[in-house]
Design a protein around this ligand. Structure first.
Ligand code: HEC
Length: 190
């Protein structure tokens, strides 16, 4: 009799385990994903990504990231004016930035900060994690294309662990997608 109760209890526990085990594992994974996203936000906020990838509001304290457009890159609607000749050069200015600090002109021409929101067509929506990690480690677009232009500090991101780069990517993927087609870089005049 005693043995019967014991095995019945064991069977019951087994059934309970089968029923709730997967749910518990799923909940654990969700919590892990959430932790990764929070870590990514921490790294992005501290890592200065908004300095160049978020358009600005002009406040009494100077330009401040406009978080309603967070990380959407150089605004398509803002055309950058031509720079007068003779501004850039050795012993002159090394680079100049647009008002939003999303477009930069230097000896490399004009570069425009990318849209880092997960919009499929204009942002990182179609990027894979492998492409993101590889591009930050190699300084090449998608990890194998053209050189990523200054002033994108990819070399500072290259020292992060895979886990931290993954956290940044997961956070970017969790953002509200913003449709904003960032222009292609303009090569130097020569
Ligand atoms: C000083 C300005 C600046 C800062 C700070 C900056 N970026 Fe960039 N970023 C740029 C510019 C400009 C480009 C476009 C470069 C180009 O077209 O080659 C770019 C491009 C990128 C790209 C696209 C790379 C590719 O393969 O095409 C990614 C991803 C990116 N930045 C992520 C980040 C992240 C994440 C941070 C913060 C940790 C950050 N950036 C901080 C200026 C900056």
């Amino acid at each position: 009799m005693k043995l019967k109760t014991k095995s019945l209890t064991l069977i019951l526990l087994g059934i309970l385990g089968l029923a709730f085990g997967p749910t518990l594992t799923l909940a654990g994974e969700k919590e892990k994903d959430q932790k990764q996203i929070e870590r990514g936000k921490y790294l992005v906020d501290f890592g200065g990504c908004h300095d160049c990838h978020t358009p600005k509001l002009f406040t009494a304290q100077g330009p401040h990231p406009d978080m309603s457009k967070a990380l959407s890159g150089h605004p398509d609607s803002v055309k950058v004016p031509d720079l007068p000749d003779g501004v850039l050069g050795p012993n002159k200015w090394g680079a100049v930035a647009s008002n939003n600090q999303t477009a930069w002109q230097g000896p490399w021409g004009v570069s425009f900060a990318a849209n880092l929101t997960p919009d499929d067509k204009t942002g990182i929506g179609s990027w894979t994690e492998t492409q993101f990690v590889k591009s930050m480690r190699t300084g090449k677009h998608f990890g194998e294309g053209r050189n990523i232009l200054p002033p994108m500090p990819w070399f500072s991101l290259a020292i992060l662990t895979d886990e931290d780069l993954n956290a940044i990517f997961q956070y970017l993927k969790s953002l509200k997608p913003i449709e904003n087609k960032v222009p292609q870089p303009i090569p130097p005049k020569m």
